[in-house]
Ligand binder design. Structure first.
Ligand code: GDP
Length: 295
């Protein structure tokens, strides 16, 4: 993962702390500066970095370590806690409550939406659910074949018609088709042609009205870095039932920026894409993510 570089830089900041003989104000300030540098290099928004590191510094200077812990251990714990909080604090897993649960995905073309739909279908199948996938991408007929190719080896059926031009009709009919098929989850892949958020959200609203999804999932390209903030915010304001998948965190030096920018809007990141293969999707858990980052 390209975030390895961030992990290494954070780790070396903490190692410096572990090696220092005394832990005084100067040591703490130096560690905080190293953390700042590491985050800014990973494209995290400077204002967010300053807020975060100010909190770390304040806590590290003021708090007494709990019984049994050394000052150093306590500071490491503070860094871990604050980074976790920074990325959304608690994991917000995707819940499948009703049968069938209808999920609608939206995203700008090229974001990795189609791939993510296939990954999500496979992920849910591995969790024991029977899944049907509806392709309503009228803009890119190839999306239908792409989904079929990815999912047929796993016996996951894809509904769609590359000739049909009406996306709302395709979505509606596909959902009705799978309602009659005893599936647990129906994932609808919508057209991703829009370049800007307003068009994207308008389309989401139209299809939403027709199929009444339990959850709308926005797919955001992690390589856009901090710009992910505006996309996530516009989406969060337009839908109360949103969740987010941030893709391409394996290849991008801007992954840290995208993840933290989305988290800053308060929109729940439920999955991250970490590669091109169908199994390269991870349920996002800030605690586990930070533990792994810090090694
Ligand atoms: P769509 O236009 O949003 O449906 O985009 P696609 O699903 O077709 O993906 C666009 C490109 O991004 C493809 O080449 C995918 O293989 C690639 N892609 C999608 N998700 C990931 C990911 O998590 N990591 C990497 N490295 N590539 C990804």
């Amino acid at each position: 993962m390209a975030l390895e570089k961030l992990g290494k830089a954070l780790n070396s900041a903490l190692k410096k702390l572990a090696r220092s003989k005394t832990v005084d104000e100067a040591t703490i300030k130096e560690v905080v500066r190293d953390i700042q540098r590491a985050l800014i290099q990973a494209d995290v928004n400077v204002r967010l970095v300053l807020q975060l590191t100010k909190t770390i510094e304040k806590r590290a200077l003021e708090e007494e370590p709990p019984a049994g812990a050394s000052k150093k251990e306590h500071i490491i714990q503070i860094v871990y806690e604050e980074l976790t909080k920074f990325l959304g604090k608690e994991a917000k897993p995707l819940e499948i409550k009703e049968k069938p649960t209808v999920l609608l995905t939206v995203g700008i073309q090229g974001s990795g939406k189609t791939t993510s739909v296939a990954k999500l279908a496979r992920h849910l199948q591995k969790r024991g659910y029977k899944v049907g996938v509806v392709c309503s991408d009228t803009w890119r007929p190839g999306a239908y074949y792409q989904l079929k190719q990815l999912l047929e080896p796993y016996g996951i059926e894809v509904s769609g018609d590359p000739e049909e031009k009406d996306a709302v009709k395709l979505a509606y009919e596909g959902v009705e088709y799978f309602r009659g098929k005893d599936v647990d989850v129906i994932i609808v892949d919508s057209a991703g042609r829009h370049k800007e958020e307003s068009g994207l959200i308008e389309e989401m609203k139209q299809i939403s009205q027709a199929i009444k999804p339990h959850e709308v999932i926005l797919v955001i390209d992690g390589t856009i870095g901090q710009q992910a903030y505006n996309q996530a915010l516009a989406f969060k304001e337009a839908t109360p039932i949103g969740s987010i998948i941030v893709t391409k965190l394996d290849g991008s030096a801007k992954g840290g920026g995208a993840l933290s920018a989305v988290a800053a809007t308060g929109a729940p990141i439920k999955f991250i894409g970490v590669g091109e293969r169908i199994d390269d999707l991870e349920a996002f858990d800030p605690k586990r993510f930070v533990s792994r980052l810090l090694g």
